[in-house]
Design a protein. Structure first.
Length: 196
């Protein structure tokens, strides 16, 4: 199984994260940020990834460091679990409806981290969660996972639905991209012979 364990401690956060790419969607997320716990739980479920995250962060300041640093750790875990990326499909995309919201996500496990995020979220908060932190999370994740990630809102009015659609759609396109293609199980999916 393709697994990774990441432990990262800074002056702002102390994170322990485990990831199994070949899981069943089991999640245990205790980050100190309730909305992020909800998003990570559905990310695991829709990607069929087993994910465990604990974080002690400086949430007395705000949730920024917690959200960004968990994105970093999740990205590092994906990169580690994928190894040399032998046999993976590499690409994935989906257009996912979440009630009135419609979110397109596409990923290339390219070795070149970049997030191209185009969501128009109408409110500054969902509960106590700063909605702009969605971009911080996905930027950090894409950079440290070494993936090219596009997230685009095609419709949507409810901030919660838009963000939930983003997490679900990214999970589902990642699940496609990390899947092993049985016809090419021993090949690196690049003409260069290496991804990275």
């Amino acid at each position: 199984m393709r697994k990774a364990q990441i432990n990262r401690k800074t002056a702002e956060t102390d994170i322990a994260l485990t990831l199994n790419l070949d899981g069943t969607g089991v999640a245990a997320c205790v980050t100190g940020c309730g909305f992020l716990d909800h998003m990570l739980t559905l990310f695991a479920k829709h990607g069929r990834f087993d994910l465990s995250v604990t974080c002690t962060g400086d949430t007395y300041v705000d949730d920024h460091h917690t959200v960004e640093d968990i994105g970093i750790c999740l990205g590092k875990a994906f990169a580690e679990a994928l190894g040399d990326k032998r046999g993976i499909v590499r690409y994935g995309d989906i257009t996912l409806p979440m009630d009135e919201a419609l979110i397109l996500a596409a990923v290339d496990i390219s070795g070149r981290g970049g997030c191209y995020y185009c969501l128009d979220i109408p409110t500054e908060k969902v509960g106590t969660f700063d909605t702009q932190l969605g971009k911080e999370f996905f930027d950090a994740f894409a950079r440290d996972a070494g993936v090219t990630l596009h997230i685009r809102q095609l419709a949507g009015e409810n901030s919660h639905h838009i963000l939930e659609g983003a997490f679900k759609s990214v999970a589902r396109c990642l699940a496609k991209a990390v899947a092993i293609d049985g016809k090419f199980a021993d090949e690196i999916p690049s003409t260069k012979g290496v991804i990275g």
